[in-house]
Design a protein around this ligand. Structure first.
Ligand code: 13P
Ligand code: SF4
Length: 305
């Protein structure tokens, strides 16, 4: 079967079996083409709450499939590739946060959505990269403990200097590995290009950027800009998708190593296996876990609009 035939078979089977496919923007082009909805973490969370289908397949990483399950517990939720986790989401667990909470009495605990469902049970509100500034600003409390990504946290704190925002040491190993030297080198190779970076990057990289935003924010900026060249400071799939979308513009990866192996773990054949019902992992969560963890997702949607 060629790619088009596999995609056609996926389309036929998902219709026949009442399946919706959600795909994060870091997925491969051929998967995005077969998906019903694509977007950043925030857009997918909102979509998850409203899709009518009995089954949802999440092409992304585990915390994204858990979020879908929490928002739609009655649905069958399948993670397309069971090995696809987010290393950042595994950095902190419930016990750690419970243990340090007494040192942060009176603080609102804000969890990046890239956390496990279990950790969310002891947090107050979730954020995504595209909604973090808006949500932290909307929280009535001025004392915030922001976990786990201190780079995203530093970005939020810089936008809201009037709040006391504290961090723990965590972050995305893929984004945080990119150095200022690499960003300077990319800029020297492409002096006319605008540098667009994700807030999971180190502050010294973000300082060089013309725009800082989520995966969708970066894509929207590049599509709507009158500029013609861009250095893309996030997972390299975004540079590829933009090149498909805007053939008259040029997109350069900030680094050739800007690759998230977990986001790249799902293949189109895995998606075919999922719609056939022979692959993927069904997300199972207890009712108690869902009701405790969901509160901070609901709060995110309430404050994020
Ligand atoms: P977005 O919130 O921009 O979709 O990012 C998710 C993510 O995992 C970035 O590494
Ligand atoms: Fe997690 Fe980073 Fe991969 Fe995003 S890019 S899924 S934060 S490891």
């Amino acid at each position: 079967m060629n790619i088009k035939e596999v995609q056609d078979e996926i389309m036929r089977l998902k219709k026949e079996n009442d399946i919706c496919i959600l795909a994060h923007s870091y997925q491969a082009h051929e998967i995005l083409e077969a998906a019903d909805f694509k977007g950043d973490s925030y857009a997918l969370s909102k979509m998850a709450a409203s899709v009518p289908n009995k089954t949802v397949i999440m092409c992304g990483v585990r915390f994204m499939a858990e979020t879908v399950k929490m928002l739609s517990p009655e649905k069958k939720v399948i993670l397309s590739c069971p090995e696809a986790g987010c290393p950042m989401a595994e950095q902190m667990d419930r016990e750690l946060i419970e243990g340090i909470k007494p040192q942060f009495e009176g603080y609102t605990v804000v969890a990046y959505i890239n956390t496990t469902a279990e950790l969310k049970t002891v947090c107050d509100v979730c954020v995504t990269s595209s909604s973090a500034v808006k949500i932290v600003r909307a929280i009535e409390n001025d004392n915030i403990l922001f976990i786990p990504d201190c780079n995203l946290g530093a970005y939020v704190a810089a936008q809201i200097p009037e709040k006391n925002i504290r961090f723990l040491q965590g972050g995305c190993p893929v984004h945080a590995s990119v150095t200022r030297k690499q960003a300077e080198y990319a800029k020297s190779l492409h002096p006319d290009a605008k540098l667009l970076v994700h807030p999971e990057c180190r502050p010294e990289v973000a300082q060089l950027a013309d725009y800082i935003g989520s995966t969708s924010g970066i894509m929207d900026y590049a599509v709507n800009s009158s500029d013609k060249e861009f250095i893309i400071g996030t997972e390299n799939s975004i540079a590829e998708h933009l090149q498909y979308e805007c053939p008259d513009k040029r997109f350069y990866p900030l680094s050739k190593d800007f690759i998230c192996p977990n986001m790249k773990a799902t293949t189109l054949m895995d998606v075919l296996g999922c719609v056939k019902g022979i692959q993927g992992e069904e997300i199972e969560m207890s009712g108690e876990m869902i009701s405790k963890a969901r509160k901070c997702i609901d709060k995110m949607i309430e404050l994020g609009g």
